[in-house]
Design a binder for this molecule. Structure first.
Ligand code: NAD
Length: 291
């Protein structure tokens, strides 16, 4: 199928583009920056998701449209409420509208497990608004969708915006980790390549018009994660658990009351957390030693 991935140069989007190409789809990456991960058999369009003409041209002739573009960082969204509406809500509706005009057969959206939680601020608000617009495009215009609610991702191509990358960088370069939350906070980390594989799996007809939760398979206390990092790095770094109203984080589950419950999709096989962490440790170590 012909597929365009908005935000396809990013952390998650680039892995999804890889997996789409690997199973034989024709992939066009649309992003504000050139993708360093673009493959020879992929097309690249450099453009802004707020530019109606560019998105119209990118969507023309496509069967499936993925939207991974916009502000992906909760912290950034916290200080940029207007940009968060522009890039995460308005641009998403502009893309939806072009999808219905072009008779696209499915729109796939990157939401978050935070979507109906009490934390996540403007970021969460933008994801909730976008989910509602997507659901209404089905009702009003019969535009089919799949909403993917991702949990805590980690793995290759991540940067400072990513939790695990930051922890490892702090541990290796500063000898300590500052974590906003308690040591008992539970997380289900998922390797980005596993998440990307599932993001392609959902193109099957049975996932049409569904909300799909993509998180890890095992619950882990953050204190256990830090212990794993100590063993992997062979460094006895200090950990400071801090609480701050500026960094509210969930303890056990990110959800509160949820009007639209998502189905959790899991890989029958997946990257082992320890192995995945080693990949990120190697990357951070390499970047640091090249400075
Ligand atoms: N990474 C996670 O842990 C996670 C978890 C839940 C949901 N998500 C969602 O998944 C999506 C992708 O996240 P990510 O971690 O890959 O983030 P990312 O920042 O790496 O990717 C976003 C991409 O969008 C592009 N972009 C930004 N503004 C643009 C514009 N105006 N026009 C065109 N392109 C633009 C960026 O250049 C970037 O390549 C986001 O919607 C995010 O909210 C991510």
């Amino acid at each position: 199928m012909n597929i365009v991935v908005f935000g396809g140069a990013g952390f998650l989007g680039s892995h999804v583009c890889d997996k789409l190409s690997e199973v034989g789809h024709s992939v066009t990456i649309f992003d504000i920056r050139e993708s360093p991960y673009k493959r020879d058999n992929q097309e690249m369009i450099v453009g802004d998701i707020l530019d109606a003409e560019s998105i119209r041209l990118a969507i023309k002739g496509k069967d499936i449209v993925f939207n991974f573009a916009g502000i992906a960082d909760i912290e950034e969204a916290k200080t940029k409420p207007l940009d968060t509406v522009r890039y995460n809500v308005l641009a998403n509706v502009m893309i939806l509208d072009e999808c219905r005009l072009a008779n696209v057969s499915r729109f796939v959206y990157a939401s978050t497990v935070y979507v109906y939680s009490k934390v996540g601020g403007f970021y969460r608000a933008s994801k909730q608004a976008s989910e509602l617009y997507i659901e209404n495009y089905l009702e009003q215009y019969n535009l089919d969708y799949t909403i993917l609610r991702y949990g805590s991702l980690y793995g290759p191509r991540s940067d400072e915006k990513n939790g695990i990358y930051r922890f490892i960088k702090q541990a290796l370069t500063e000898g300590e980790i500052h974590y906003y939350g308690t040591e008992n906070a539970l997380r289900e980390y998922i390797h980005v390549e596993d998440a990307a594989r599932l993001s392609v799996e959902i193109l099957k007809p049975k996932y049409k018009n569904q909300h799909i939760v993509i998180t890890g398979t095992e619950m882990l206390k953050v204190s256990q994660l830090f212990q794993m990092l100590r063993e992997i790095t062979n460094k006895d770094f200090n950990i400071f658990y801090e609480t701050s109203n500026d960094h509210p984080h969930y303890e056990m589950v990110p959800y509160s009351y949820m009007p639209k419950v998502g189905m959790k999709l899991v890989n029958p096989y997946h990257v082992d957390l320890g192995q995945g962490l080693i990949q990120v440790v190697e990357t951070v170590d390499h970047e640091h030693s090249n400075k």
